[in-house]
Design a protein. Structure first.
Length: 138
């Protein structure tokens, strides 16, 4: 009695490998080990919530700098009121911020080293100004 071998075509092997990869990916996704977008969605929802709250205060730069505990996501991501407000109103046009004198900013600085940054209008500090929670203007 002679044993006969079973041969699988290369296409069958490829299909089995693809099915195994898909099954592993699905198991990892539902087990919580692999969640690629969960944090991104949560942070966007948090930012939207903070924007709606800040909108209720008229996007006041003073409110933003004096109530940092109300806007932790905006502060962490955008460091200052000008760029945070642009995110909230969905303004995607590029801006150039420059460091200006302390007299240009009216709100309370985050720290003693917070720079006063203004929108650069033809090389001057004539635009909107706000303190930033960093060492430099973005």
């Amino acid at each position: 009695m002679k044993l006969k071998g079973v041969s699988l075509s290369i296409e069958t092997i490829i299909v089995i490998v693809i099915c195994a990869l898909v099954l592993i990916t699905i198991l990892l996704f539902f087990s919580g080990t692999f969640t690629p977008t969960a944090k991104g969605v949560t942070s966007e929802a948090q930012l939207d919530s903070e924007c709606m709250d800040w909108q209720g205060h008229g996007y006041s730069y003073k409110d933003f700098s004096e109530n940092v505990d109300k806007y932790p996501g905006l502060l962490a991501n955008y460091k200052g009121a000008i760029t945070a407000k642009r995110r909230c109103v969905r303004d995607i046009n590029p801006i150039n911020l420059i460091r200006c004198g302390e007299g240009n900013c009216t709100e309370t600085p985050f720290t003693s080293t917070s720079p006063c940054c203004c929108i650069n209008t033809s090389g001057t500090c004539g635009g909107e100004c706000s303190y930033y929670n960093s060492l430099t203007c973005p």
